[in-house]
Design a protein around this ligand. Structure first.
Ligand SMILES: NC(=O)c1ccc[n+]([C@@H]2O[C@H](COP(=O)([O-])OP(=O)(O)OC[C@H]3O[C@@H](n4cnc5c(N)ncnc54)[C@H](OP(=O)(O)O)[C@@H]3O)[C@@H](O)[C@H]2O)c1
Length: 306
């Protein structure tokens, strides 16, 4: 039985995933959130494919252990740039260091993400999930955009989520000042905002040789949400854990989207792992997207020329 279009994501998750034999030898890949879960598996797969990795991490000790592991196992160059992606100043600092040290960028993968059950504001006064999942990835992408264009052909991958289907984006209350914070909706809002800006950036990048796409990395066993309270952690570890998959599938999908020659000119798409899929209709509203773009520029201190 064929599912209606809005439920197609359920059957897509069961489809045979695509793979590629293409190698990434020497290609410079910037990756956020590599110290755990999806990002960790992506880092391993990219290193196995020969990529030269620049890992943006907030935890010095975890980053050093990962760097040592990847260099030892795969004999590739792994660099680390430290920064907390919940802080505006750190995102700008990280971007500055990358621009200063890497004359070319082949792939940018914005993967770092969080899921909070409570509303927590960042040091800059912005709701944390919205900031880390959307604004930090948006700002980093924009600050590195000219370098990606100069390095074309190059690719940008936003690690998004089927959580965008939860909705939750209210442009008049992005910081949840007037509503009671709900974790799933806060998470959904951040992912909707990110998707809406992917379509806008894809338009802007047309003809530049730079592609930008979004991926849902599967429902996988990671540490996301494990910063929340006991009940949530118990639910995730003891109930959800058994139905979640091994995040190796996420790493493989990200590698495919970063490396597959057949995707060299594919841009402005949402992938469920490696299967192209139609996102929820509220994430396709281009007039809302243009407003989200403008608001995101304002909140991150970007000018339209940046
Ligand atoms: N797991 C799933 O089933 C699933 C489903 C859909 C989408 N996703 C998406 O996949 C991405 C990765 O999540 P995951 O499931 O792999 O979660 P995870 O295991 O918790 O990993 C998250 C990564 O992001 C990093 N990070 C979080 N906040 C950061 C900050 N302020 N500054 C710098 N780095 C930060 C973490 O660093 P530390 O190691 O220092 O904590 C970690 O490396 C997210 O965008 C998530 O929304 C996951």
């Amino acid at each position: 039985m064929k599912l209606p279009e809005e439920l197609q994501f359920i059957s897509n998750a069961r489809m045979l995933q695509k793979t590629t034999d293409a190698r990434m030898d020497g290609r410079v890949c910037i990756l956020t959130g590599a110290t755990s879960g999806v990002g960790y598996q992506a880092a391993r797969r990219l290193a196995q494919g020969g990529a030269r990795l620049v890992l943006i991490c907030r935890n010095d000790a975890k980053a050093a252990a990962l760097q040592e592991e990847l260099q030892r196992e795969f004999n590739v160059q792994i660099d680390v740039v430290l920064g907390d992606l919940s802080r505006l100043a750190d995102v700008r600092d990280v971007a500055g260091k990358i621009l200063g040290n890497y004359p070319r960028i082949d792939v940018l993968i914005n993967n770092a993400g969080v899921h909070n059950t409570r509303r927590i504001l960042t040091a800059d006064g912005i709701e944390t999930v919205f900031f880390v999942n959307h604004l930090a990835s948006f700002l980093l992408t924009r600050l590195l955009l000219d370098r990606l264009i100069a390095s074309a052909p190059s690719r940008i991958l936003q690690v998004n989520s089927q959580g965008h289907r939860f909705g939750g984006l209210a442009l008049d209350d992005l910081n949840w000042d007037r509503r009671r914070y709900k974790g799933l909706q806060g998470y959904g809002a951040s992912k909707v905002a990110q998707l809406l800006t992917v379509w806008e950036l894809a338009d802007r990048l047309k003809g530049s040789g730079v592609t930008i796409n979004a991926v849902h990395p599967g429902e996988v066993r990671t540490n996301i949400g494990m910063n929340n309270g006991f009940l949530y952690r118990w639910y995730q570890r003891y109930l959800l854990w058994w139905i979640l998959k091994d995040p190796v599938i996420s790493g493989d999908a990200i590698y495919y989207l970063a490396a597959a020659p057949e995707l060299a000119e594919v841009s402005g798409k949402f992938f469920n792992l490696t299967i192209e899929e139609k996102p929820a209709s509220h994430a396709l509203d281009r007039s809302v997207g243009k407003r989200v773009l403008m608001i995101s520029e304002q909140l991150t201190g970007l000018s339209t020329a940046d």
